[in-house]
Design a protein around this ligand. Structure first.
Ligand code: ADE
Length: 257
C-alpha cells in the first residue's frame, strides 16, 4: 500500500514513520510513505504558499494552486484514476478502527495536511474525498494526525505485524476492549495470574478473554457497550465477575473489629 502525504513539514512525517515496525515494513516493501513538500510547488522562489484571509480574520491560509499542483504531481490524470484523498481536519469524521479497516483497502491513499488557519476551500472541494479527524481537539497541524492514521491502517496490512491474530484480538477490533494480559512470574507483589491462564485449556481461556474483555468495556466504555447486543446469559456472567471482583476487593479491607 502506498501513502502520499502532502505537507509543509515532510521531515516530521518521515521521521515518525521510519522508526520501528512501520520502518521495517517500508524496508520490506510492504508499504511506502512518500512525504511531498507543498512548498516545492509554490511557483515562487521564496517557497511562499499562504496568504491573508479574505473577509478578515487572523493568520494565514494555504493557497489553492500549490496544494493542487502537489496533488496533481502524484498521478497521470490522463491515464490514471484520481487517488483517494483525505484531508486531516478537526471538522472531519472521527477515526475509528472500522474506518481504518475500510481505508486499508485502498492501494494508494493521499493524505493532505493543513497548517496555519487551514486551506482555501476551493481546492479542498476539488481534490478531497473525505475529511478525517483523530479526536475532538485541535492540533497545530495535520501531520501528527496523518501519522496516527497511517500507523493505525498499516498494522492491518498483511505482513506488517507477525500475524493477523496480533491485531484481531485487540481492543476495538470486535467492538469491545481487550481483556487484561499476563506474563511471568506467576506471582508478583502477592498478585497471582488468574488460574485459567495457567490451565492450558484453550476453550476456557478464550471464553475468559471474551468475558473479561466485555467486562472491561462495560466498566470503562459504556458508550461502546450500548452498541453491543449482550445476551442475558452473558449479562449473568458479567454480574458474576463483578461479584467476584467485589469479594476480592473486600478481602483486602481489614475487619472493623
Ligand atoms: N488538524 C488539527 N486538529 C486535527 C484533528 N483533531 N484531527 C485531524 N487533523 C487535525
Amino acid at each position: 500500500m502506498k501513502f502520499s502525504v502532502l505537507t509543509l513539514f515532510p521531515k516530521q512525517v518521515k521521521d515518525f514513520l521510519s522508526e520501528s515496525i512501520l520502518g521495517r515494513a517500508e524496508e520490506k516493501g510492504i508499504l511506502s510513505v512518500n512525504a511531498i513538500d507543498i512548498r516545492d510547488f509554490s511557483g515562487n522562489r521564496y517557497g511562499k504558499v499562504d496568504d491573508t484571509l479574505f473577509g478578515g480574520g487572523t493568520g494565514m491560509l494555504m493557497q489553492c494552486e500549490p496544494v493542487y499542483q502537489a496533488f496533481s504531481s502524484l498521478y497521470d490524470a490522463k491515464k490514471e484514476e484520481k487517488p483517494h484523498c483525505i484531508f486531516m481536519s478537526p471538522k472531519g469524521q472521527v477515526l475509528t478502527q472500522k474506518k481504518a479497516r475500510e481505508l486499508s483497502k485502498y492501494d494508494h491513499l493521499v493524505i493532505l495536511c493543513g497548517h496555519y488557519e487551514g486551506i482555501d476551500q476551493r481546492v479542498l472541494d476539488e481534490i478531497v474525498d473525505e475529511d478525517l479527524s483523530i479526536g475532538d481537539y485541535v492540533l497545530t497541524g495535520g501531520e501528527v494526525a496523518a501519522c496516527v492514521v497511517i500507523d493505525c491502517i498499516s498494522r492491518m496490512i498483511d505482513g506488517v505485524l507477525p500475524n493477523s491474530e496480533a491485531y484481531e484480538e485487540e481492543s476495538h477490533m470486535q467492538g469491545y476492549l481487550e481483556a487484561p494480559q499476563y506474563t511471568k512470574p506467576n506471582t508478583w507483589h502477592d498478585k497471582t495470574v488468574p488460574e485459567v491462564m495457567l490451565s492450558g485449556n484453550h476453550a476456557r481461556i478464550k471464553e475468559w478473554k471474551r468475558l473479561h474483555g466485555l467486562y472491561d468495556t462495560w466498566k470503562r466504555r459504556p458508550d461502546m457497550m450500548e452498541k453491543l447486543d449482550i445476551s442475558s446469559d452473558d449479562w449473568k456472567k458479567l454480574l458474576q465477575i463483578e461479584r467476584e471482583k467485589k469479594e476480592e476487593e473486600n478481602k483486602g479491607i481489614p475487619s472493623a473489629k
